[in-house]
Design a protein around this ligand. Sequence first.
Ligand code: PHE
Length: 432
Amino acid sequence: MATVGSAVGLGNIWRFPYQAGENGGGAFLLTYALAVLLIGIPAMVAEFIVGRESHLNAVGAFKKIAPKKAWGGIGYLGVFTGFMIDCYYCVVTGWTLYYLFLAASDNLLGLSVDQYSIMFSTYSSGVFPPIFALVSVILITGVIVSLGVQKGIETASKIMMPLLFLLLLALAVNSCLLEDSQTGLEFLFIPNWSEFTIDTILSAIGQAFFSLSLGMACLVTYSSYFTDDVNLIGTASKISVIDMGVAVLAGVIIFPAVFTFGMEPEQGPGLVFKVLPNVFSQMPLGYLWSLLFYALLFLAALTSFISITEVVVAYISEAFKISRVKSVILTGLTFTLLGSVCSLSFGPLSGFTIAGKNIFDSLDYLATNILLPLGGILTSIFVGWRLDKKVIEKQLNIKGKKGAAFLKVYIFFLRYIVPASVTCVLVTGLLS
Ligand code: PHE
């Protein structure tokens, strides 16, 4: 459940809908689903194998299995990617905290569609309010991470995740009853290939990695705590299905509303923040629904933020031989600084762009579409080529003829399918 807590977060509810909105809806969903099945699940199992075999964190795990070899680089790459994601993840988690505050203080409902768009743009482009929110997020996370309360996260996830799922289900039914729901559902489920490019595939692969918490050795750390009776393939499949289910539910909630309220699906990172208040405004008991939704969204974002931060904090405290608390303070201060720069890239720093993208979008693109897939390729190559087959056999608990055939197919995926397909898309996407 803690691993589900890491996977299910802003990636599903905030990132999936706006990526689908920008990349043609149904075609993106289909590509993303294929990426989860063919690349995500094998890569997740590979991270689990490394984690449970070594019982160590990101950097230590690779070093232990392949001592004195450059493979430890996968761990360093993971720490670096996590560091980058943290810099902007805290900004969006801050937005959810602000909306939770608006919902709780009853200042969210009853505005018009345009007013909600202006409200988000004014807020996110401001200076102090979004920075105040992100600093609060960093402080809360800092306290939790320095206490090292893994058990607390597991317990919280056990209660929260099913509740979030039920809530999303109810909101999805509500959205399906909206006036123009059919257009929204068609947008999400019927592929329109006219805008399909290599960049759509790259974004779908990146989304799969981001949403499944893959490619930065985060799940290596989580699975280092798995006991021997945990079935790795079953667990990876379950997590992936739940994670994809949550993303699809978010899409079913958002797109019918987008079309009913006459909005555009291509709104970028602000999409769910602009659309959802309209939905709550027209629901009976809107105050309660919105309060519950933003509370759960904030907690889901927080558990994912914690999981990324854990990788960075654990590494810093080991590498510099400083206490956990000192490491938390150091990383917290750095995230405050860099997170503020990301936040300001929606306002005063919006003129500063790289290839037409502001700082926030550039970091997200680099981390999600390039570094996470790269981490995934390297981990697959490591497990497929470097790791002893017997270790894989033992970790996957493989027996009999059928098992041997399965192992062959799995190793073939790790050796060829995952690295070749992701490299192809990555290189073509970057050159195009
Ligand atoms: N999977 C998390 C989400 O969907 C984000 C994340 C990425 C967490 C990478 C850990 C590692 O929000």
